[in-house]
Write a protein of this length. Structure first.
Length: 447
């Protein structure tokens, strides 16, 4: 295994890959139309298990629209969230960088008014807005509780949603009972099931901007607690029963979200811009206790596969091969460079750790080997993980383990004792990665 690049080298490599895909005539599958710039819709759900949709082996939950998504796009088997909880992954999505570089290592709480996505970070909405794109985010933010850390401070022209980690789907109040529904920076009141409100806003936005380029981030809070079924406004939650959850109720939440995805795809196709629109579907971390993570081990909040491996699908008719499956290893931070390539936007001032996935997913380039890192550094859980090729290294407390996750995605067969040289190299890789992070200390650290 090779030593990881420095932070500067990593973003230069990413930029080269982005430019090569966007500008090289041999990669026509990744080039946007010279006359109609590509639109982008990113759909991110919350707390869904890896095995809770039909494209990923689910059997007890009906997800015909996600099945349609897989039929019309590329389904990745080895997609990863940048973190095992909400905030870190969302931060990586919007910046294309390891979230540790700017201190968002764990989920934010309301007490941290000093922390959030810093304005010093270049967010994808800002880059696209500066290039003439309309930009919006509807749904869960969870990247800061004050305006300086809010969506409007990071290039989003429109925001409708909530700031906290979760809200009651009907009253739109957080676990403490405080109202948490916003239109840009103003509190608002609306009637309706939150999943449906997000879908309605998204569909209306696509219809309204069909004649101009747009970047839309659809940030469903489904299926994070409280687990509330649709069409039951009498099911109001408080802190005493916030975490109450059952499999049947959870399944109905997934199915309503699936309906929303179908309505968004329909709106894109109705607009006549289906071939000009890249739509991405993913999850912000592994599923919680009420989800199905099969065939993976463990879940939310951990660096085992069940905590960080997530569904990831991309649909771009005529540009990406429909109905294909890719084993390309990818992470949430890869979505920003991928989107910039799709839109033909290149900016040498944007520093990214992620890579453009379009050459590999279009079949122009064979899948590339990746080295990815994760870290949880908390009083109750201290973990490190890294993946390179088929190898996955996990340090959980004092235990150090090695898995061939291509053959053993459930991480049941520790083969570290058979490959001491690989174990030693992973320790070197992680040390080098953390040393690189330490060169530029963040303004704050959320752990």
């Amino acid at each position: 295994m090779n030593r990881p690049s420095s932070g500067l080298s990593a973003w230069r490599i990413s930029l080269v890959l982005t430019l090569s895909c966007a500008l090289d005539g041999s990669t026509a599958a990744a080039q946007p139309s010279s006359l109609r710039r590509a639109n982008v819709v990113v759909i991110m759900v919350d707390s869904m298990g890896y095995g809770d949709s039909e494209p990923y082996g689910g059997t007890d939950i009906r997800t015909p629209q996600l099945r349609r998504f897989a039929r019309e796009g590329v389904r990745l088997t080895d997609g990863y969230a940048n973190g095992p909880v909400c905030t870190p992954t969302r931060a990586a999505l919007l910046t294309g960088r390891y979230q540790q570089r700017f201190g968002l290592e764990w989920f934010l709480t309301k007490e941290r008014k000093d922390a959030g996505l810093p304005r010093s970070e270049v967010a994808i909405a800002s880059v696209l807005k500066d290039r003439g794109y309309r930009t919006a985010v509807f749904g869960k933010w969870h990247l800061g509780y004050t305006p300086e850390f809010g969506p409007n401070a990071h290039g989003f022209e429109e925001f409708f949603g909530h700031l906290d980690f979760s809200i009651d789907y009907y009253t739109h109040r957080n676990i403490d009972g405080a109202p948490d529904l916003w239109e840009n920076d103003k509190p608002v009141e609306r009637t309706g099931y939150m999943t449906d409100l997000i879908t309605e806003r998204s569909v209306a936005y696509i219809e309204r901007h069909k004649d101009e380029p747009y970047f839309l981030f659809v940030a469903y809070n489904a299926m994070v607690p409280p687990v509330q079924v649709p069409d039951r406004p009498d099911d109001v939650r408080t802190s005493s029963n916030w975490g109450q959850a059952g499999r049947v109720e959870y399944s109905r939440m997934v199915e309503r979200m699936d309906e929303g995805v179908g309505k968004i795809l329909d709106a894109v196709d109705r607009s006549g811009r289906g071939g000009d629109t890249l739509v991405i579907f993913t999850n912000d971390h592994g599923g919680q206790w009420y989800s199905r993570r099969t065939p993976l081990f463990h879940g939310f909040g951990t660096l085992w596969e069940g905590g960080i491996r997530v569904p990831l699908m991309l649909r771009w008719p005529g540009r990406l091969p429909a109905g294909s499956v890719s084993g390309q290893v990818a992470a949430t931070m890869d979505l920003m460079p991928t989107i910039l390539a799709a839109t033909g936007v290149a900016d040498a001032t944007v520093q990214m750790d992620g890579v453009n996935l379009l050459p590999m997913l279009s079949g122009t380039v064979a899948p590339i080997e990746r080295t990815l890192f994760w870290r949880v550094d908390r009083p109750t859980r201290n973990q490190r993980a890294a993946r390179k090729g088929a190898w996955k290294y996990v340090r959980d407390g004092t235990s150090q383990l090695l898995f061939d996750v291509a053959k053993d995605p459930a991480e049941r067969d520790d083969v570290g004792y058979q490959h001491p040289e690989v174990m030693a190299e992973f320790r070197t890789l992680i040390t080098a990665w953390e040393s690189d992070l330490a060169k530029t200390p963040p303004p704050f650290v959320v752990k």
